[in-house]
Ligand binder design. Structure first.
Ligand code: ADP
Ligand code: MG
Length: 349
């Protein structure tokens, strides 16, 4: 996983900036009518009939990703997912992206081709147009900034601020897998440093490693909620861990929350890997981060519409703000929720 499998190296200087941009973007097709002008002018032009949402994220080598176990194709894919997840968290349809890159000359053209292969795959699968970006050099490492643009009907946009007391708190998918995948990859990296001939067997961990290296943004959930005729009262995506996102919803909506530990959805691989690493699985779900699931609140009346759906789990309910935000444990004790994961659990955001 860590060796250089791609011996061919074409230096970026050989192409020059414009040659490089052309080369990397030539196979991207414009799919949306709303994209009037994509790459190739001073600015892109698009025409949304509905309201426009826009979000941007930075990914920095050594802070947000480690190329010793993150294949560049996956990095490109993930960089797009991180942004699309924010668009879906607004209950909007993602339509366009821009990609800005700063790379040092240690990267050959072939590396950037890999990165763009991941961006191209994500754009295809998630149906978004690449409409521009910027390319420059960095003195060390790689920095990627992606901006995602989307559209939504004014009345369908879900802010963090709409949750009411007694609303149900719902999460898509399961939690904690990306964090445990990272723990496995970090461990294998250390093993590899000591013994480079040791090929790790990651097959027992394939689900959690994939959740770390190739997350999927929950485009399907926004579509599912429309089908079910459920409009969330508030929504956020889970990038920093469940507790921190719940606290954002509470603060912005001026409500409190009871989260039930026994309801938190965990994949069996997360449970067994937590046992192996001697980490508490609830802590991992609360503080691990990078799950890119959607966390939202719905009116109690809508419960029947989502009941039993395998993609959705009711994990708690909102309360008056004066009651605070709490985790109700399996032993039925109440612990105040804190965003402790932010500082103590991981070294980046
Ligand atoms: P300008 O100098 O006017 O900012 P650039 O030469 O930087 O323009 O970019 C030329 C075109 O290529 C623009 O449409 C820009 O959006 C696009 N572009 C630049 N870098 C990238 C990139 N890394 N990925 C996608 N498009 C890019
Ligand atoms: Mg430019």
């Amino acid at each position: 996983m860590l060796e250089d499998k791609n011996p061919q190296r074409t230096s970026l200087e050989q192409l020059g900036e414009f040659g490089l941009i052309d080369h990397l973007t030539k196979n991207f097709e414009i799919k949306h009518k709303s994209t009037l002008k994509g790459i190739g002018d001073d600015a892109a032009v698009f025409d949304h009939k509905q309201q426009t949402v826009l979000t941007t994220d930075f990914l920095i080598e050594g802070v947000h990703f480690d190329l010793s176990y993150m294949p560049l194709k996956h990095l490109g894919y993930k960089a797009v997912m991180v942004n699309l997840s924010d668009v879906y968290a607004m209950n909007a349809k993602a339509t366009q992206i821009t990609v800005s890159l700063a790379v040092s000359n240690r990267f050959p053209l072939e590396a950037l081709e890999e990165l763009y292969a991941g961006i191209a795959l994500a754009s295809k699968v998630y149906n978004v147009d690449l409409i521009g970006g910027d390319t420059t050099t960095s003195t060390s490492g790689m920095l990627i900034s992606i901006t995602a643009i989307g559209e939504a009907k004014k009345e369908e946009i879900t802010y963090r601020s709409g949750a009411k007391p007694n609303d149900l708190l719902v999460v898509s998918g399961d939690l904690g897998a990306a964090y445990m995948g990272l723990q496995v990859l970090e461990r294998e990296k250390e093993v590899f440093k000591v013994n480079p001939n040791n090929q790790p067997d990651l097959s027992p961990y394939s689900y959690i490693v994939e959740r770390q290296l190739k997350p999927e943004a929950r485009k399907d959930i926004a579509e599912l909620l429309k089908q079910l005729d459920v409009l969330p009262t508030a929504m956020i995506d889970i990038s920093d861990g469940l507790s921190s996102e719940i606290l954002h919803l509470c603060k912005n909506s001026k409500v409190g929350c009871n989260l039930f530990e026994e309801k938190i959805p965990l994949d069996p691989t997360v449970i067994t890997t937590c046992e192996e690493f001697n980490i508490d699985s609830t802590m991992v779900a609360l503080s691990g981060g990078e799950d890119y699931e959607l966390l939202f609140t719905i009116a109690q009346n809508d419960f029947d519409k989502i009941k039993g759906n395998p993609n959705l789990t009711v994990i708690g309910h909102m309360t008056e703000a004066s009651e605070g935000a709490h985790l109700v444990t399996r032993a039925n004790t109440k612990i105040e929720l804190t965003a402790q994961g932010w500082n103590s659990f991981k070294s980046n955001d």
